[in-house]
Ligand binder design. Structure first.
Ligand code: ATP
Length: 259
């Protein structure tokens, strides 16, 4: 399913935070949302996930404008993994992942057999099958992050939106997560700080700066040394590894950075 964002604006506390963003993520694409701290990535993702009502513009899933959609309808189309998604109560891991089935549950009934199978499959895909009956409280940060991804997978949506899902993960799990997303048939938008991961895995990159979308294209077109200096404030070398993957190596803080 395509996600079409048209002239999207979102304001909070009287301040415009997302400023007229227009972009289209095509069905099945893995799109990376990059930009410095405070550039508006999470705000944009939350609008796309229907959790924030835009102050202007529109978001369409396929041909349908989602404004006015009830949360349950949005949750059947797009799953969001938030940056520090917390789950307070002392649930088992499989119960937390089972929350992904909520948009499909009847009012008075719990999960059915098919739901339990979907939960087990999602846990297996993120490598957490062995921890299914563990208490949520006992999980490490990285295990929690993977369980939140499993919850999103269990939601069985056409779109998956992820806000910095790699930030607690060790290297192997970062690459495993990106492999999983790259192989997924869903439309994926992922906010990432790690530009090497973004360069290697994403079909295209959306670069945010100061609430605006300042570049949108293939990683090798977006990640130029000039943009890394002016947008991120770093000096960097953009090159390739022996497998032909694009690489970004920061060499230091740029001497001049307008912010
Ligand atoms: N509810 C709010 N009220 C006021 N300001 C907000 C609100 N939500 C976000 N902001 C501000 O909007 C800006 C963009 O925030 P956002 O979280 O979208 O950035 P980000 O690119 O995801 O940053 P990071 O990389 O640090 O996670 C920040 O300056 C933030 O302080």
């Amino acid at each position: 399913m395509n996600i079409t964002i048209t002239d999207l604006t979102w304001s909070a506390s009287g301040k415009e935070i997302v400023k007229g963003v227009t972009a289209r993520v095509r069905s099945g694409e893995l799109a990376g949302l990059i930009g410095p701290n405070g550039s508006g990535k999470s705000s944009l993702l939350r609008c796309v996930a229907g959790l924030r009502a835009p102050s202007g513009g529109s978001i369409r899933y396929g041909e349908a404008d989602i404004s006015g959609w009830p949360a349950r309808r949005v949750a059947r189309a797009a799953a969001l993994v938030e940056q520090s998604a917390e789950t307070d109560s002392d649930l088992r891991v499989r119960d937390v992942v089972g929350l992904g089935r909520t948009p499909y549950a009847g009012r008075w009934r719990g999960l059915g057999r098919a739901d339990h199978e979907i939960v087990a499959d999602a846990l297996a895909r993120v490598g957490l099958a062995a921890l299914a009956d563990r208490s949520w409280r006992t999980l490490s940060g990285g295990e929690r992050q993977r369980a939140h991804l499993a919850r999103a997978l269990a939601q069985r949506t056409d779109c998956v939106l992820l806000d910095e899902p790699t930030n607690h993960l060790d290297l192997r799990h970062q690459y495993a997560l990106m492999d999983l997303l790259a192989a997924a048939e869903q439309t994926v938008v992922i906010a990432l700080h790690d530009l090497s991961l973004a360069a290697r895995y994403c079909d295209r990159l959306l670069l945010m700066h100061g609430g605006r979308l300042v570049a949108d294209g293939a990683p090798r077109d977006v990640l130029t040394p000039e943009r890394l200096r002016t947008v991120f404030g770093v000096d960097a070398e953009v090159g390739g590894d022996s497998l032909g993957n694009l690489t970004v190596a920061c060499t230091g803080v740029a001497a001049e950075y307008p912010g």
